[in-house]
Design a protein around this ligand. Structure first.
Ligand code: BGP
Length: 471
């Protein structure tokens, strides 16, 4: 199969990071606690050192500059600004992000800034996180503060990173803090809705304030395919998973409400768990207004799923160790995720299926013609990289990224407006439910010394970014 190889004019090549995974100093410099701190301590993990980005951002930005990476995805840690989520401001945190954004510009690296990347301040988290509507008010106030404070330095904003990951991992899989709830599809859907409302309110604040720049949201999307394309029950399983992870959020993002088939399926799944969704008319009014005003959608794409119908009890086993074959995910009334012959998997059981990215991009263009632009805000391969003789030969990562870029280019050719690609991740970082063994970076980090070493993929990516061609 032949693929196009030239990226569109102005295409942005970036590296992605997230505050909690790279900054370190989770308790330092006036930062307030987040729900993750105690949860990780209990599991024997800590993000307190991570990649020490708090002190080493100059070095990382210099690497971006040297390797032709013109943009960086950064998130602001809400609890560095408002240690308790609302009220008192931490001036040290505010000043830190000014320094960081200014350094980005000094290195010619455009910052794309996310307001919330999984790290709700503990004070709000303990009061129900986004299931509590008070958190929506606090998020809006925090967003307004950031727009006002950083409007000269930041012109590319995202409200949330991966609402569905927050919702599903907290309330269905139980892999995110507090780690005590599983199987509650109703709570996951309610959490998603409330976060979409918070997103919409932040978008309206941004527009009303006339701040310069663009704003959007980042969703984690996955292609959902029936295991057996001939079996109507598998087709239905794939449809249900698709609505849960993709369509519910895409509807909320681009329509500002939920299409009848989306809503019916969501309500039925919520009812199956004994719950009822609280979606108010006023919420939808706000969401509809925001849907008309967002500039871009960030898509995080790593994998797709093949689904078989499943009605037994929930079996949810997360592979957080990199022991291939140890993942199980079977959700009653939705479906069971299964491996498919011929489709390779990473050590963490993530199916490598680059064509799924194409399918999703084309589908967005057709189903939501009012979308303006898509940025791939995360894509990359987690692996147990080995540093030997000062080098990391991660040719498997190059293959992974190349294949995804090929399908991305094919989607551009099919008329989808894709404006950029941010590799996950810029450097090795802490991985939420997997610790430090699962590495994604272009730059290897020795977590003892914090020394950065460019991997083979960094040299390859630099070539692509500099030439705007996939050779
Ligand atoms: C996305 C998150 C990132 C990152 C990535 C890889 O869901 O936005 O923060 O962690 O996935 O996931 P993991 O670290 O679990 O392998």
């Amino acid at each position: 199969m032949s693929f196009p190889y030239e990226f569109p004019q102005g295409f942005v090549f970036g590296g992605a990071t997230a505050a909690y995974q790279c900054e370190g100093h989770t308790h330092g410099y006036g930062k307030g606690e987040v729900g993750w701190d105690a949860f990780l301590a209990h599991k024997g993990f800590s993000a307190n050192s991570a990649s020490d980005f708090y002190h080493r951002y100059e070095e990382d930005l210099a690497l971006c500059e040297r390797f032709g990476i013109g943009a960086i995805r950064i998130s602001i840690a809400w609890s560095r600004i408002f240690p308790r989520g609302a009220g008192e401001v931490n001036p040290e945190g505010v000043a830190f992000y000014h320094r960081l954004f200014q350094a980005c510009h000094a290195h010619g690296v455009e910052p794309y800034v996310t307001l919330h990347h999984f790290d709700t301040p503990r004070a709000l988290f303990e009061q129900g996180d986004f299931l509590n509507r008070a958190t929506i008010d606090a998020f809006e106030a925090y967003a307004r503060f950031c727009f006002e404070e950083y409007c000269e330095e930041v012109h590319n904003w995202f409200t949330f990173n991966e609402i569905w990951a927050v919702a599903a991992n907290t309330y269905i899989e139980g892999t995110f803090p507090p780690g005590t709830t599983t199987g509650r599809i109703d709570l996951a859907l309610q959490c998603s809705h409330n976060m979409m409302l918070a997103h919409a309110r932040a978008v309206l604040v941004f527009r009303a304030g006339g701040f310069p720049g663009k704003i959007g949201i980042v969703h984690a999307l996955e292609g959902k395919y029936p295991f057996n394309e001939q079996d109507p029950r598998d087709i239905e399983a794939a449809r249900r998973e698709d609505i849960l992870q993709n369509q519910y959020l895409l509807d909320a993002t681009f329509r500002g409400d939920y299409a009848p088939d989306t809503l019916m399926c969501a309500m039925a799944l919520a009812a199956m768990c004994g719950g009822k969704l609280d979606i108010r008319d006023n919420d939808l009014q706000v969401m509809r207004a925001a849907a008309r005003q967002i500039d871009y959608l960030g898509v995080n794409y790593y994998q797709s799923r093949f689904l078989r119908a499943y009605d037994g009890p929930n079996i949810l086993h997360h592979n957080g160790t990199g022991e291939r074959g140890s993942e199980r995910y079977a959700l009653r009334g939705v479906g069971e995720r299964v491996a498919k012959e011929g489709i390779p998997r990473t050590d963490w059981d993530w199916l490598i299926y680059p064509g799924g990215l194409y399918d999703l991009l084309v589908r967005i263009r057709l189903q939501y013609p009012n979308y303006r632009q898509i940025l791939i805000t995360e894509n990359g391969m987690g692996a147990k990289d080995v540093l030997a003789n000062g080098m990391v030969d991660d040719s498997y990562r190059i293959d992974y990224v190349r294949a995804h870029l090929q399908w991305l280019l094919r989607a551009c050719e099919a008329g989808v407006n894709v404006g950029g690609y941010f590799i996950w991740s810029l450097m090795d970082m802490f991985s939420w439910t997997n610790g430090y063994q699962k590495r994604y970076g272009l730059f290897h980090v020795d977590f003892d010394t914090q020394r950065r070493t460019p991997k083979a993929s960094a040299y390859w990516f630099a070539q692509v970014a500099r030439t705007g061609r996939l050779l």
